[in-house]
Design a protein around this ligand. Structure first.
Ligand SMILES: C[S@@+](CC[C@H](N)C(=O)[O-])C[C@H]1O[C@@H](n2cnc3c(N)ncnc32)[C@H](O)[C@@H]1O
Length: 151
């Protein structure tokens, strides 16, 4: 048994899954402009020391409103089911997500960020710096090459 304790929660403009559903609300420019906050539990706030100089953060979180996990997923606008590990589907055996956000500032235990694609109240498990070392060369997108959502 592995047990994690959330270190904080996401505050997002997306209150329900319908708010964020790409079938209802196409976002040609993705989520880069979507502002939100990461509220860190005060018990963990000392761990935010030195975060101010970082431009981007990796947010690791729980898809807490996802249904049961599956091994196949049919991404939006796709006709074919794909193996879940070749997708970003929230419905996966361990409902863990990760999003790279831009850090705009910190006020106490609140991080002001953009790039939010999570729902309001999403539990945050961890935060790590995103660095230029995380950029990989020669990326191939496999089946996503032709997907309208992953350009
Ligand atoms: C395709 S996932 C990608 C999330 C993350 N960037 C990743 O790669 O793990 C984004 C979708 O997850 C869903 N989602 C976001 N937060 C969620 C939550 N807390 N519970 C369930 N579904 C969530 C929304 O429907 C959103 O459209």
């Amino acid at each position: 048994m592995i047990r994690f304790r959330p270190i904080g929660i996401v505050h997002s403009p997306f209150k329900t899954r319908d708010d964020i559903d790409p079938r209802r609300n196409r976002r040609p420019r993705g989520f880069a402009d979507v502002r939100g906050e990461i509220e860190i539990d005060p018990a963990y706030a000392p761990g935010l020391k030195d975060i101010a100089g970082l431009s981007h953060l990796i947010i690791i979180f729980v898809f807490h409103k996802a249904g049961p996990g599956h091994l196949f997923a049919r991404p939006p606008f796709e006709r074919r089911r794909r193996g879940v590990f070749s997708t970003r589907s929230p419905r996966r055996p361990n409902p863990i997500g990760m999003t790279v956000v831009r850090l705009h500032g910190r006020r106490g235990n609140i991080l002001k960020v953009s790039g939010i694609d999570m729902l309001e109240g999403t539990p945050v498990l961890d935060i790590k710096p995103y660095t230029s070392r995380d950029r990989k060369r020669g990326v191939q997108r496999g089946w996503m090459q032709r997907s309208v959502l992953n350009r």
